[in-house]
Design a protein around this ligand. Sequence first.
Ligand code: HEC
Ligand code: HEC
Ligand code: HEC
Ligand code: HEC
Ligand code: HEC
Length: 490
Amino acid sequence: MIRLIDIVKAFVRGISRSKVSLFGAILTTITFPILLISVILDIQGLIHNPYYGFILYLILGPLFIFGLILVFLGLFFFKGKEEVGLFTHEYLKEQFSDPTRFERVRRIIFLAVFLTILNIFIVALVSYSGYHYTESVQFCGQFCHTVMHPEYTAYQNSPHSRVKCVECHIGAGAKWFVKAKISGIKQLFAVAFNTYERPIETPVKGLRPARETCEECHRPELFHGDKLYIKDKFLPDEKNTHVRTVLLMKIGSGGFKGMRAQGIHWHVAPENKIIYKHRDRAREEIYEVDLVKPDGTKIVFKGADWEKYANGDNLTSEAGVRVMDCIDCHNRPTHIYLSPDEALDAKLVTGDIPTSIPYIKRQALEVITKKYDSTEEAKNTIATELRAWYKENYPDLVENNAPLLEQAIKGVQQAFTENCFPEMRIYWNTYKNFLGHRDDSGCFRCHDDEHETEAGETISQDCDLCHVILAEDEAEPEILKAIQGNGNCD
Ligand code: HEC
Ligand code: HEC
Ligand code: HEC
Ligand code: HEC
Ligand code: HEC
């Protein structure tokens, strides 16, 4: 009668005979308990540190699997083979015909099956949790802290802060999975060897969000009608006068069930395919726009410099052709970097910067738009320059209401640190926002009244095409009085 313990002993002997197996066994034995306990803790939601997850899933997990592979390699192909002695025809015949030997084989199989199931369970658990870890906002946004700090900060302050990075950056299906992981490995190397771009270039190679990722949640064909936009602003005068711009935005629709595609989301209707040719990487210099109808007819709008580029001459490798999608307008749905004006207005409207401090908008604007080499330098200069200016010009304020000034300084510093990241060479306007027409970019890349068909039709810049301006920088807009009843909207 052969006891289980003997089999285990034979197994261990087999392992110890081969150095390869032995090394593998040591690896698995050490990593096994750490992995098991950590994975259980992680599943309970007790692990928040992104570096811990990295060590767990991207170092210990693979080491465990590597160890297992070594054990088996050693047992079957190296020295351990002699002890286990599988695979030869005679050996197997002998084992199966002799009843006592057969008992031994049975137990070996039993042990092997048991160990395999255990290993598969651990490997599955680690792969599953590891997969979730590499898809987490923690990993994408915080692991490479300095690198992703700007994107992560802007993301956290955006309407999409509850949407995981992968939901926009990685599409559904196996193809995207492979693409994303290969890209991820490249990025880890770039960080490890400090070869990443500063700032990170847009578009992100391979992981640019696609139309279908947005359409998991949004359905522009169902949008309809117009929407009122009220923008709060503050003038650079002594009182930091609060003014408003009111626009009726023609959101429109992509067309649905007989409803006609119209307004701004007319571009995404299935019957309107817009293809544009650009000659720079940022896609700001567009020399041709084609509107292709379902029957194949094509309306070609040619830019002023069309002749120069049409036949491919004078183009660099940065040139390209694109079918227009959501991201050609919504290129900043979540990494929204504000302009200096917008950043300060946002802090003034929430009261983070008190509007009662005279000239605070003007002085803040002056100091945050200087060029800084580090975040520390920026914060220090903002504080010292504002303190100095108010001490000189409003000594009463500094004397009697120092905390108010300090609060303002903090708000101004935040306006800077939420939008500028000198360490990654991101300053005001490094990343352009195409939603609108700041600096004649965005919509005006095409809507410039200069892209023209043979028949002389242009892509219109008519100020009422996209919105109706109901008030512009007015302290008490009549229109708000009309729709809000009292006109006192503070
Ligand atoms: C709502 C969708 C969405 C979410 C969620 C999202 N991104 Fe993005 N991301 C974008 C778009 C759109 C771009 C710009 C693409 C373009 O212009 O080609 C972008 C660009 C980037 C870039 C390139 C640099 C830049 O600012 O253009 C990085 C890096 C990036 N995202 C990282 C992240 C990280 C990290 C997270 C999670 C913390 C995240 N993204 C979440 C949509 C998203
Ligand atoms: C997982 C779901 C999800 C995905 C994917 C997603 N969004 Fe959103 N989006 C939302 C939610 C939810 C809101 C509303 C947030 C709120 O009102 O606070 C929103 C809001 C918006 C808004 C309005 C923002 C505002 O200022 O009110 C725009 C524009 C937008 N998304 C565009 C996009 C684009 C473009 C993409 C693709 C790159 C995208 N979204 C991908 C869920 C998603
Ligand atoms: C031609 C440019 C353009 C295209 C293409 C475009 N949008 Fe928009 N979208 C806008 C503008 C402009 C607004 C309103 C202005 C704003 O939100 O600041 C808007 C508003 C939205 C809103 C907010 C609607 C609301 O009622 O508040 C969502 C969500 C949105 N778009 C999603 C999408 C999605 C998803 C796609 C792609 C299928 C898309 N958009 C394509 C320009 C565009
Ligand atoms: C890549 C080029 C391109 C860009 C960028 C672009 N458009 Fe257009 N847009 C077109 C073309 C082409 C037409 C059709 C012109 C025509 O047929 O007269 C059009 C038509 C429109 C229309 C009229 C739709 C209708 O009801 O017939 C609106 C509104 C509009 N665009 C808004 C916008 C807004 C807002 C933006 C920026 C957020 C924008 N567009 C950016 C190419 C563009
Ligand atoms: C192709 C569409 C389109 C056309 C044409 C257009 N606009 Fe706009 N405009 C927009 C969009 C979209 C926004 C909103 C930008 C945002 O959400 O920040 C905007 C915003 C504005 C704002 C408010 C900006 C702010 O932040 O205070 C003003 C003012 C404005 N437009 C003036 C004009 C004038 C004047 C014209 C005519 C020369 C014009 N627009 C033509 C699409 C257009």
